[in-house]
Design a protein. Structure first.
Length: 333
């Protein structure tokens, strides 16, 4: 089995150009706060897609978070209103009526870019002096449309690190993770992009949890962006079903995928074949990850198909990413 491609560790002297495609989203907001504040990341644009809430809500939430983080004029663009084939299916039960925890945040003062997300993605990817790392933390609709409309962008993409999929258990269904389930065809297109891909799936996503004292510290911070991170984490109880406003541990969710770009050494990956199930039925949207050490009867009897190899996240250094997140986002100390 080939080894995963080692990713360089970014530093402030040579920040990694990144673009986040998101459906903000409580944990997408946590991801944005981190990306703005990490000195090793150069956030060049944020593109929005329907997912946790409708796309206009995602644009509003994204602009509000970026303003709170002091992101300046990072371009924000509105993307797809719905998946390629499926209808949009929001996750308000997880992310609140406004898609971002119903925290009563002010409306943004800034407007989105006049161009749509696919146009902005192409523009910013090709304009970057160094190849861009694309970080989708949402259904992959914008990315699929980009790859089909402007395939030339892949020449300036270093890697795609996406939050989505799962090796073991799903969340939207028993086997399918929300972002892939929401637009399975788009996820299948992503997997054939022809650039290195890291799958930051549910197996690691659910494990990176900030303990209650860390959440408390953020909530009490003198830094408004850190206080927002604390409030968002309080909306993400580690144990499903607990009171959403209780002060307790909270999962970093999508922010873990951005930590994986800032600090790749905290993630253990293996280069493995991955396919998305597109057939209707109970396994639609499942990412089928082939962990077998050797070919099985299907291959022996001549049934081989071309399958994409993806760096699949199998383990994560939880403590390392929690510490990284806390010290990056809180500037009060
Ligand atoms: C994914 O779905 C969304 O609810 C989260 O923002 C995350 O991107 C987890 O399945
Ligand atoms: Ca998301």
């Amino acid at each position: 089995m080939p080894e995963p491609t080692p990713a360089p560790t970014p530093d402030a002297a040579r920040p990694v150009p990144v673009i986040i495609d998101c459906d903000t989203g409580v944990d997408d907001a946590l991801a944005l706060l981190f990306a703005v504040r990490h000195p090793g990341l150069d956030l060049r644009a944020v593109t929005c897609v329907a997912g946790n809430t409708d796309v206009d809500g995602v644009v509003r939430n994204t602009l509000t978070v970026l303003e709170r983080a002091g992101a300046g004029d990072v371009p924000v663009a509105r993307g797809a209103e719905r998946p390629l084939i499926e209808p949009a299916r929001a996750a308000h039960h997880v992310h609140g009526a406004d898609g971002m925890g119903d925290l009563g945040l002010p409306a943004p003062t800034r407007a989105p870019d006049a161009a749509d997300a696919v146009t902005v993605l192409r523009r910013e990817i090709l304009a970057s002096p160094r190849p861009v790392t694309l970080i989708p933390t949402a259904p992959l609709t914008n990315i699929a449309l980009l790859l089909r409309t402007h395939p030339e962008v892949t020449r300036n993409i270093e890697r795609i690190v996406f939050m989505g999929g799962a090796v073991t258990t799903g969340n939207a269904t028993a086997v399918a993770e929300f972002n892939v389930w929401h637009d399975p065809e788009a996820a299948a297109i992503l997997l054939t992009a022809g650039v290195p891909i890291t799958m930051y799936g549910l197996d690691v996503f659910t494990r990176v949890v900030v303990p209650a004292p860390g959440v408390h510290r953020l909530r009490e911070s003198a830094d408004p962006a850190a206080r927002l991170a604390g409030a968002l984490l309080s909306h993400r109880p580690a144990t499903p079903g607990e009171a959403p406003d209780a002060e307790e541990a909270g999962g970093l969710g999508d922010a873990g995928a951005v930590c994986a770009v800032a600090d790749p050494a905290g993630l253990t990956t293996r280069l493995l074949p991955v396919e998305v199930t597109l057939a209707p039925g109970p396994s639609r949207g499942q990412t089928v990850v082939d962990l077998r050490p050797r070919p099985g009867e299907a291959e022996i009897h001549g049934g081989t198909r071309r399958r994409t190899l993806v760096d699949v996240a199998l383990d994560v250094d939880v403590r390392r990413y929690v510490d990284l997140y806390l010290r990056t986002v809180d500037r009060s100390g």
